[in-house]
Write a protein that binds this ligand. Structure first.
Ligand SMILES: NC(=O)c1ccc[n+]([C@@H]2O[C@H](COP(=O)([O-])OP(=O)(O)OC[C@H]3O[C@@H](n4cnc5c(N)ncnc54)[C@H](OP(=O)(O)O)[C@@H]3O)[C@@H](O)[C@H]2O)c1
Length: 369
């Protein structure tokens, strides 16, 4: 039996996904059973880097989401409202969903998972966090028995590339950013990366899985890297630290004002000791360090973006669904990791955060006699 895949989007990740699905040789045998039957794009006349028949391309994305093919809809168009609407429509039509869309999942995860649970379909999102790095499935699967203490990630490749180059070259952010844009590592309007918003969406998803509760995006303190200067980097280097944009979700053991267990949820540049495992993550790579009991520490490292790596995560989700569909004789409640939480996690206000800070003062160098 073949499994039909409706693909929304044939851009960076969509193309990588199609390339894997169209060249199954040497990969898992299940891939041979997958067939892309329809692909939704904005512009059919565009030249593509993958050999997709023009006959299956369409600009009618809603038709793919709502047709009678009950198999899998892969949402790779990005953005918010259209993607959310199409995902919900596809669920309503009994389709399983694979998405790489952190923006939609971090804002509408509750609505989407509630709809999916009601319909008995799966929603998979490995590619939405850390690109090609497998972290969602391990958090819910192989690490699921652990009491998680913290999840700390470098989850935005663009800012990591910028900070690493500032560190290596003593350069200013504006110069490195301009170069990153020229090389295609940063977008023309990079605020989602530079302001930390992309990392915020990702830590919301990770925290929800790690701490088994819903996360309100507004509860996450978010500061980007715009204020980091070459001088900050030079001084921290002397102190044996590097500056990284960290996305942090951890149980808050310091806050004695609250009787309920709270989480610290924050994204900001932080000083990382040079001998810390996250200090050596450079360029566009990502890493996610999970600490829990009894596992202690485990770190996931790899390419956090890019066509092939992100598509690897997308196709692994498709395969997980297909593997379950092949063995299911009757519906099993959530055999695959899924959000089923109903309550929101309590978050410690940033004003009550107890931690160490680095401050740098400009002062007049005068001798007071
Ligand atoms: N790029 C990465 O490395 C990466 C990593 C992790 C996660 N993601 C996530 O993966 C998703 C896709 O990202 P991407 O980089 O592949 O995006 P992209 O290169 O911009 O591709 C988007 C695709 O969706 C189509 N599309 C967009 N809006 C449409 C509309 N209104 N109607 C019809 N088609 C539309 C485009 O059609 P045309 O081709 O005709 O323009 C294009 O094929 C996003 O959610 C992103 O956050 C990406």
């Amino acid at each position: 039996m073949g499994f039909k895949i409706g693909l929304l989007g044939l851009g960076t990740v969509g193309t990588g996904t199609a390339q894997i699905l169209l060249s199954p040789q040497g990969r898992h045998p299940l891939i041979q059973e997958l067939e892309i039957y329809r692909v939704g794009v904005r512009d059919i006349s565009k030249t593509r880097d993958v050999d997709i028949s023009l006959d299956i391309l369409t600009t009618d994305l809603e038709a793919i989401a709502t047709d009678s093919n009950k198999n899998i809809l892969v949402e790779l168009i990005g953005g918010l409202e259209l993607a959310r609407t199409l995902i919900l429509k596809a669920i309503e039509h009994g389709k399983h969903i694979v998405t790489a869309n952190k923006v939609v999942i971090s804002r509408y995860g509750l609505e989407i998972f509630a709809a999916a649970n009601e319909k008995g379909v799966y929603v998979m999102l490995e590619a939405a966090v850390g690109g090609g790095i497998p972290v969602i499935q391990p958090l819910k699967g192989s690490l699921g028995v652990n009491r998680i203490h913290s999840v700390i990630g470098i989850v935005n490749g663009t800012t990591n590339y910028i900070l690493a180059r500032m560190q290596q070259e003593g350069a200013d952010l504006a110069d490195v950013l301009a170069d990153a844009q020229r090389l295609g590592y940063a977008e023309a309007y990079p605020s989602a990366d530079v302001e930390g918003l992309d990392a915020k969406d990702q830590i919301a998803i990770l925290a929800s899985l790690a701490f088994s509760g819903l996360i309100n995006l507004e509860d996450i303190h978010c500061g980007g890297i715009r204020q980091v200067t070459a001088a900050d980097i030079a001084y921290t280097d002397k102190l044996d630290f590097v500056i990284k944009l960290l996305a942090i979700a951890k149980r808050d053991s310091n806050n004695t004002n609250s009787t309920i267990e709270q989480l610290q949820l924050r994204v900001h540049p932080a000083l990382v000791p040079k001998n810390h495992p996250l200090a050596s993550i450079n360029d566009v790579y990502n890493a996610i360090l999970v600490e829990g009991d009894p596992i202690r520490q485990v770190m996931f490292f790899g390419p956090g973006a890019g066509s092939g790596p992100t598509a690897s995560a997308v196709v692994s989700d498709i395969m997980s669904i297909v593997a379950i569909l092949k063995t299911e004789t009757e519906p099993v409640p959530h055999p695959l990791p899924s959000y089923t939480h109903q309550h929101y996690c309590e978050t410690a206000p940033i004003t009550e955060l107890v931690t160490r800070f680095y401050t740098r003062f400009m002062t007049k160098d005068i001798l007071v006699s």
